[in-house]
Ligand binder design. Structure first.
Ligand code: MRU
Length: 343
């Protein structure tokens, strides 16, 4: 089954990126011919969402290797420099570092000589993408197990953890697509997600195109929606999950989790295993990206005002009912991930 969306696609001599800054008004694709352009696309959120950032970065390294080979330059050092550059683009989503670590492993593997390297790197980037697509389908399957058994299901989500944020299926939205495909009536409430509006621009766009009813609300309205018990459950994505289950996701997620707890509505995180960072013990240790004041003050902010603009917050594990992954619905201390801890 091919995925509904292709936010990142490798073409012969470039990486095609669906420019998410332009949605929903325009469907524009960037053609990134070098790693600098890929890094810029990640930094400016043309491509965003933890898994999609990792996929784009993996292809960025592969592109740099191909370009170096074509120019007769040293492939290994070009690919290493590309990886160094990509590591600086965004700090919070661990999938970026996960994907780059995989590319590094190929680079450091003495088995591939210079001629084989571009092919090996391309194969690894393709694998990162293919595994993400398979993961999305598995998350969809496991996610359905936390839905009410029958009747219409109504889900609140925050930010965009859909096809656009991944290889094409999504994480938080994957079970919603699966429920809809199986003929179940499903309705989604999408928080607007200030300041960059990933909810109203991206989540609403992709769900509407899939024929799934979607209602946008301002971020300040989610506590009221939950308090009135208008949804059955909350599902959000994640950018990094610490070993104790504390979960970093788009700013505003924590407030939704608090309101869900108060209302007695289950709050789930859906994410691939690659979003777990077992080397980070707790949420307070997760690096949080701070973005510029213009994102907050643009529009009607009073001139001279300062802005507080963290891009992510950390929801404490105790507010989370379960972590929906490709290996099932997990809970701390995540015994299923024990072998990874040894890495
Ligand atoms: O700043 P963004 O748009 O990259 O933030 C994205 C999120 O917070 C998503 O919820 C998260 O990356 C999970 S995407 C499957």
């Amino acid at each position: 089954v091919s995925a509904p969306l292709e936010p990142v696609r490798r073409e012969a001599d470039h990486l095609r990126i669906l420019d998410q800054r332009e949605l929903p008004e325009r469907l524009v694709h960037l053609r990134c011919r070098g790693v600098e352009e890929v890094a810029e696309a990640i930094r400016t959120l043309a491509v965003r969402g933890a898994p999609a950032i990792g996929i784009a970065a993996a292809y960025g390294v592969s592109l740099a290797a191909d370009n170096a080979a074509r120019a007769g330059e040293d492939v290994r050092s070009a690919a290493r420099a590309a990886s160094d550059l990509l590591e600086t683009t965004r700090p919070t989503a661990v999938n970026l570092f996960y994907a780059l670590k995989r590319m590094r492993r190929v680079l450091d593997d003495g088995g591939s000589d210079a001629e084989d390297l571009p092919r090996a790197l391309r194969a690894e980037a393709d694998a990162v993408l293919a595994e993400d697509l398979a993961t999305g389908e598995a998350i969809a399957r496991h996610g359905l197990s936390v839905f009410p058994e029958s009747g219409e299901v109504s889900v609140l989500t925050h930010c965009n953890a859909g096809g656009l944020a991944t290889g094409g299926w999504g994480t938080a939205l994957a079970p919603i697509y699966a429920a809809h495909a199986s003929g179940r009536r499903v309705a989604v409430f999408a928080d607007e997600t200030r300041p960059l509006l990933q909810g109203s621009r991206l989540t609403a766009w992709e769900l509407h195109h899939a024929g799934i009813p979607v209602t946008v609300l301002v971020d300040g309205a989610s506590a009221s929606l939950l308090g009135r018990r208008r949804v059955d459950l909350v599902i959000v994505g994640a950018d990094r999950i610490a070993a104790n289950g504390d979960t970093a996701n788009k700013i505003g997620t924590y407030a939704v989790a608090l309101a869900a707890r108060e209302a007695g509505i289950p709050f789930y995180v859906a994410a691939p295993i690659s979003t777990f960072d077992l080397a980070t013990a707790r949420g307070a240790d997760i690096p949080i990206e701070e973005r510029g004041p213009e994102e907050v003050l643009a529009g009607r902010g009073a001139p001279g005002a300062a802005a507080y603009n963290p891009a992510f917050d950390v929801t404490p594990a105790r507010l989370i009912a379960g972590w929906i992954t490709e290996r099932g619905v997990l809970r701390p201390p995540f015994p299923e991930l024990a072998e990874q801890k040894a890495d």
